[in-house]
Design a protein around this ligand. Structure first.
Ligand code: THU
Length: 158
């Protein structure tokens, strides 16, 4: 048996270092935190999807007293984008979150496992890399595609 190491390249930067287009997407995710419905967790998450035609679709986490019935911001935004513009490929997704004190998290917020699987399928469906931008007030992570946050992905029944 041999030990194998996996390397995951990604970028870490300040908000100000992003391109104007990436900055616009992150700002949309930050703004979307305002529509979060999070009476249970008080964790206000916003996500914004950039479509290949330049449009941005945003969403937020929506919680429910029957816990599994709620949804994360990433899936809310992405499913809305896919429903509204099924023929336009999503090319980037940004996520931001504010805690109970109302301030943005210092560290980047990272998608849950279920959202990663959904984002992976978007890449496969549209045949385009989906860039991921994870916002934190102290640093922003940028990933070139979904594989970066979902290694060893399940992507086929064959
Ligand atoms: N949440 C998201 O919307 N996205 C994430 O990336 C992490 C978690 C939501 C789910 C739940 O409403 C709350 O944040 C606390 O987990």
């Amino acid at each position: 048996m041999k030990r194998v190491t996996l390397e995951i390249p990604y970028y870490s930067c300040a908000l100000e270092e992003l391109s104007p287009e990436d900055r616009r997407l992150v700002d949309a995710a930050r703004a979307a935190t305002v529509s979060s419905y999070s009476p249970y967790s008080h964790f206000y998450v916003g996500a914004a999807v950039l479509l290949a035609d330049g449009n941005i679709v945003a969403g937020s986490n929506q919680e429910n007293v029957a816990f599994p019935s709620g949804t994360c911001a990433e899936r809310c935004a992405m499913f809305y984008a896919n429903s509204r513009y099924p023929d336009v490929a999503p090319v980037a997704l940004a996520v931001a979150a504010r805690g109970a004190d109302g301030t943005f998290t210092p560290k980047p917020v990272t998608p849950c496992g279920a959202c990663r699987q959904v984002l992976l399928q978007v890449q496969i469906r549209y045949g385009r890399a989906l860039r991921i931008l994870l916002y934190g007030s102290e640093q922003v992570y940028v990933m070139d595609n979904v594989e970066r946050i979902l290694p060893f992905q399940f992507d086929s029944l064959e």
